[in-house]
Design a protein around this ligand. Structure first.
Ligand code: SAM
Length: 271
């Protein structure tokens, strides 16, 4: 059946444009959430037509996020900067981190105001977590945000997260320089988590073309290009790999499907 909810579009919070698709809402539709509109569901459906496993891919991504945040929290990280955090679903960064360390602080940053509208309700009772609407393409502005300064002590290690978002930046937007600017602001002992669409099959390239047409963004990069974002850091075991291969909790088949190879990611430590 079609991904996402099937309800009407009359619930939109003020300031939300329901005539144009949004990345956050398309992703929500792919994950089977209800915070999406008809324009978003069309793109989710198109994506599913090209890669039938697209829902699984989103879940691989959320699962990896959960495993990596748990590892960072268990390694002593008590503050997380989650950029392009998306609509809260299950296994949110703050829930995973705070299940390990209740005092862990999380700042969610997303360009889409629907994330803030939704996050406010979820976080009303959580004083260690905040949501900010901002454009991550301006690292200086994001790093200087009052909420970021209040929640993150840049003298202490940080868990920097760019999960499923850098592929929404075109090459002309200097994704490399943007990633570097965030990493430079972090002290030694900080971690960097990145996942990214991977140019790993003809179907992946077909999806890239469809997303560029419908959403206007979606740049699938090679494993080498994705690995280059970690330059200068200690890439932790097992390196940059396809999502299900990153520290799996269950055995993974040697031969991966198109969906299993659709995204890749890794976790690194800054020295
Ligand atoms: N990080 C979450 C995850 O991996 O499950 C959500 C990923 S979702 C595919 C990408 C998110 O990045 C969307 O919520 C979108 O609004 C956000 N985003 C895209 N461009 C952005 C930008 N320039 N600044 C901040 N957020 C952005």
């Amino acid at each position: 059946g079609p991904p996402g909810g099937t309800g009407g579009d009359d619930w939109a919070p003020t300031g939300i444009d329901v005539s144009k698709p949004s990345i956050a809402r398309v992703y929500d539709a792919v994950l089977g959430g209800k915070d999406n509109f008809a324009v978003d569901r069309v793109i989710a459906q198109q994506s599913q037509d090209i890669v039938p496993e697209i829902g699984d891919v989103a879940r691989f991504n959320r699962d990896l996020l959960g495993r990596a945040v748990r590892f960072m929290a268990q390694s002593g990280i008590r503050q997380f900067l989650d950029l392009g955090s998306g609509l809260p679903t299950v296994q949110n960064t703050h829930q995973v981190a705070q299940s390990v360390a209740p005092d862990a602080r999380v700042v969610y940053v997303d360009i889409d105001p629907i994330v803030l509208a939704h996050g406010r309700a979820l976080l009303a009772e959580n004083h260690n977590t905040t949501v900010v609407t901002a454009d991550l393409r301006d690292p200086k502005a994001v790093l200087d945000l009052p909420q970021v300064r209040e929640f993150i002590d840049f003298d202490q290690p940080v868990g920097l997260m760019l999960v499923g978002v850098i592929h929404h930046l075109g090459d002309d937007e200097d994704p490399d320089g943007i990633v570097r600017a965030y990493l430079e602001a972090l002290p030694a002992g900080s971690y960097f988590l990145l996942t990214h669409f991977c140019a790993s099959s003809p179907d992946a390239l077909a999806l890239e073309g469809a997303l560029l047409t419908s959403l206007g963004t979606g740049r699938f990069r090679t494993l080498e290009e994705i690995t280059a974002y970690f330059d200068g850091l200690e890439l932790l075991d097992p390196g940059v790999v396809y999502l299900p291969q990153w520290r799996p909790e269950e055995p993974v088949a040697a031969e991966l499907t198109v969906g299993q190879r659709l995204m890749a990611g890794g976790l690194a430590l800054k020295h």
